[in-house]
Design a protein around this ligand. Structure first.
Ligand code: F3S
Ligand code: F3S
Ligand code: ZN
Length: 305
């Protein structure tokens, strides 16, 4: 269960809450308030773009509605042709503003007339809502902003903040690592996890390329290491998806041909790393999680391991 919601969510069955949120009668309702600001239109667009890869998104005024659908099958009939199927859905609402509210309301089962036979509907809907919320926080700049706030306020390191975020959003994992292979080799496993966020300690710079560091190991055309420091792209994980190139508002990335590399034959090189304005969009949209953005580290700062 999402520890985030376990600890902090306010569950109410009726009544009003702040900022015009009126839970409907007999809906089960949960609200989580995250103390980060999300008012910039561009930033809001980036959040919806990141979530649009996994969910149906609707927007209205200061709200983003994130809908997750799932199927239930009733297999109690003896013949498969008599089995019943129903599609259910849960919508999580993000209210943007000086703080971010994340809300879900569980509709009564009567709203899905085909699904009257579904057992434990409410707890399934609630579990799915929490999974969506964990994914929203973990995979968008909301989580990044929250981490930066902790780093400042609690004086903790980036890694500690990352750990804290992961601890609060355990349900983000199953979808984020979508469809794991049955037998993953250690190399595949490493790729699934994405870029090593500790690379500045665990790796060493082996060369400089277009004004940014390259963190080894590198070997021929098959092992290319991590390019960049503040904007770090793990070339061995990058699959040339291109979402980062499209998302970056200040054109930090440039395509670099990498013939012979097993993951892809071109990479998003952080050629203009110094231009980065830390909007976090690239990190949020990269499907294999090949990018790590770190504020406050100058690309050529001397790094002490
Ligand atoms: Fe661009 Fe990513 Fe920086 S999108 S502005 S390189 S955080
Ligand atoms: Fe590569 Fe990810 Fe960008 S796969 S091209 S770093 S979105
Ligand atoms: Zn490079």
């Amino acid at each position: 269960m999402s520890s985030l919601l376990e600890d902090k969510v306010y569950i109410v069955l009726s009544d009003t809450t702040k900022r015009g949120v009126y839970p409907l009668h007999s809906y089960r309702y949960g609200l989580y308030r995250i103390p980060v600001e999300l008012t910039d239109k561009k930033e809001i667009q980036l959040v919806t773009a990141a979530l649009g890869q996994e969910f149906k998104i609707d927007e209205f005024a200061d709200r983003i509605y994130v809908t997750y659908k799932w199927k239930e099958t009733d297999v109690t009939a003896s013949k498969p042709q008599d089995w019943k199927e129903a599609e259910l859905e849960i919508t999580v609402e993000i209210v943007t503003g000086e703080v971010v509210d994340i809300i879900y309301q569980i509709k009564p089962i009567e709203n899905f007339p085909e699904a009257y036979w579904v057992k434990n509907y409410r707890s399934k809907a609630e579990q799915n809502a929490k999974m969506v919320i964990d994914l929203i926080i973990k995979n968008t700049m909301i989580g990044e902003k929250w981490k930066q706030a902790w780093i400042k306020k609690l004086k903790i390191t980036e890694q500690e903040a990352q750990k804290k975020l992961e601890g609060l959003t355990p349900l983000a994992k199953p979808l984020a690592v979508a469809k794991p292979a049955a037998t993953a080799t250690p190399a595949v496993e490493a790729k699934r996890k994405g870029i090593d966020i500790n690379f500045r300690n665990s790796r060493q710079t082996v060369e400089d390329h277009l004004g940014h560091h390259v963190w080894g190991p590198v070997s021929g055309s098959s092992q290319l290491g991590i390019h960049g420091t503040a904007v770090a792209v793990d070339f061995d994980i990058c699959t040339a998806d291109g979402a980062c190139v499209e998302a970056c508002p200040v054109d930090v990335f440039e395509w670099l041909d990498t013939p012979g590399h097993p993951a892809s034959e071109k990479k998003a090189d952080p050629a203009r790393e110094k231009e980065c304005i830390f909007c976090m969009a690239c990190q949020a949209v990269c499907p294999p999680k090949a990018i790590k953005i770190t504020r406050g580290v100058h690309p050529f700062e001397k790094v002490t391991a």
